[in-house]
Design a protein around this ligand. Structure first.
Ligand code: UD1
Ligand code: CA
Length: 459
């Protein structure tokens, strides 16, 4: 197979986004817009990807800096799509093969479609293949002028088109496959004598026709795939499409989504079969969820690893935490970074954890804060228990060993260690370590003053 490179044009500012952030870095389903066409090119077989950047090029570069397959060409001034590609020419010369050209603001193109275009291009030995589609309203797009079925002789921009050409409904998507050697030659001949005074990449089509080289159209049936994002209305439309694709992929892999329209799962999230996701759930980052889990409504999970048979009840928020098999959390629990819950741990309502490890079978069922805590197996944490982990300057750890029973309304003034199998009486403020198998109790003895109310009423 011929060597395949890709060019992604992303130098434009995106004025209509009305944003301080360059258009191609606006997030879509958890990733910057430009990473979608980059990923599509990669999945279509491109081994080297050149991004043509201009506005906020440094920020785009920063995002991809760790990727050895990605190179950058800078287009200082945006003089047109042909000029943008010419800026990347030095990075293509000598590489032979063919080049996929994509737009950084057209995130919906599917890798399968690119593969189809590449196969047709190779089979017909074309110099250029243009991905096209038919639009009821083609206004604003370059129109595809054909000599005979398939073969294109020219692409004419809206502003340069005659009335007759404006009637053509087949449009240029801005996505191409071009033989590298032909492209490098054709770029040299581009001129800017057109209505916009720009160097048009589309003029390589005329160059191919003049040299008797074949230029093909590869029409896609679904115009959605080539939709460009120019403003935030289109950004939301594109996000909806990407979300629907992610959701459909999950459902086809055996995950139940009760209401896909209100389920927000980012690309890259892994969910095991027979898991059930209720409405208004957000799952993001590098999250993996095992088989047969239930995620209740209005739950948010970011950067977590959940084992199998885990239940997260509604309203819970989980960040950077690890949950082993058969854990149950919520409703309305808050697991903050560094939480690890071993098998069968139960975290109930209004419980907050942070940098806290709970051993297998331990429970904190109600109204509790566990921060900087290491808790063993089969520990019961009573209602209203608090680890007082912060002295105003530093954080301190609470260690509770296996089989400890903590009554309700206990405070652990850290650093403190509770030996295994001890019992902490309700209402105790623990300020000293407790040896194993002990009872710790620290409360003011109760005083009952009989008849006190009656005496008070009499004055
Ligand atoms: C271009 C095509 C048009 C096609 C349309 C599809 C040309 C001359 N016209 O239109 O036939 O129907 O795309 O959307 O190519 N860019 C740069 N540097 C520049 C100019 C553009 O990097 O100097 C980038 C933009 O950031 C964007 C892409 O190229 O990602 C397309 O640019 P845009 O201005 O939207 O293309 P049009 O000229 O409108
Ligand atoms: Ca434009």
């Amino acid at each position: 197979m011929e060597k395949l490179s890709a060019l992604v044009l992303a130098a434009g500012k995106g004025t209509r986004m009305k944003s301080d952030l360059v258009k191609v870095l606006h997030p879509l389903a958890g990733r910057p817009m430009i990473s979608w066409p980059v990923e599509a090119a990669r999945q279509a077989g491109a081994s080297r990807i050149v991004l043509v950047v201009g506005h906020q090029g440094e920020r785009v570069r920063e995002y991809f800096c760790a990727d050895p397959e990605i190179a950058f060409a800078v287009q200082q001034e945006q003089l047109g799509t042909g000029h943008a590609v010419a800026c990347a020419a030095p990075l293509l010369s000598g590489s032979g093969g063919r080049v996929l050209i994509l737009c950084g603001d057209a995130p919906l193109i599917r890798p399968e479609t690119l593969r189809g275009m590449l196969a047709r291009h190779a089979a017909r030995q074309a110099a250029v293949t243009v991905l096209t589609t038919h639009l009821d309203n083609p206004f604003g797009y370059g129109r595809v002028v054909k000599r005979e079925e398939g073969r294109i002789t020219r692409i004419v921009e809206e502003k340069d088109a005659t009335a007759e050409e404006q009637g053509i409904t087949e449009i240029n998507s801005g996505i191409y496959c071009v033989e590298t050697a032909f492209l490098l030659e054709a770029l040299k001949g581009l001129r800017n004598d057109n209505a916009q005074g720009e160097y048009y990449l589309t003029d390589i089509v005329t160059a191919a026709a003049e040299r008797n080289e074949l230029c093909l159209a590869f029409p896609v049936a679904d115009p959605e795939e080539v939709m460009g994002v120019n403003d935030r209305v289109q950004l939301a439309t594109a996000a909806t499409v990407l979300r629907r694709r992610i959701n459909e992929e999950l459902m086809l892999a055996g995950v139940t989504l009760i209401d896909p329209a209100t389920t927000y799962i980012e690309k890259g999230v892994v969910i095991g079969r027979d898991s059930v996701i209720h409405p208004n759930v957000h799952i993001s980052g590098a999250t993996t969820i095992g088989a047969r889990c239930t995620i209740g409504h209005s739950v948010s999970i970011a950067g977590c690893r959940l084992g199998a048979d885990v239940i997260i009840k509604s309203g819970s928020v989980l960040t950077d935490s690890v949950l082993h098999d058969e854990v149950a959390v919520g409703p309305m629990a808050h697991l903050r970074p560094g939480t690890e819950l071993l098998e069968q741990v139960k975290i109930g309502n209004f419980v907050e954890t942070k940098k806290a490890v709970l051993g297998a079978g331990s429970k904190a069922s109600h109204l509790t804060y566990l921060g900087d805590a290491t808790i063993g197996k089969n520990v019961n944490i009573g209602c209203g228990t608090i680890t007082c982990n912060y002295d105003g300057v530093r954080k301190h750890r609470t260690v509770i060993e296996d089989d400890v029973f903590v009554g309700s309304d206990v405070q652990f003034v850290a650093p403190v260690t509770i030996g295994r199998n001890s019992l902490i009486a309700a209402g105790t403020t623990v300020t000293q370590d407790v040896p194993p198998d002990s009872l710790a109790i620290a409360r003011t003895p109760q005083v009952n003053k009989e008849g006190w109310k009656i005496k008070k009423a009499k004055g």
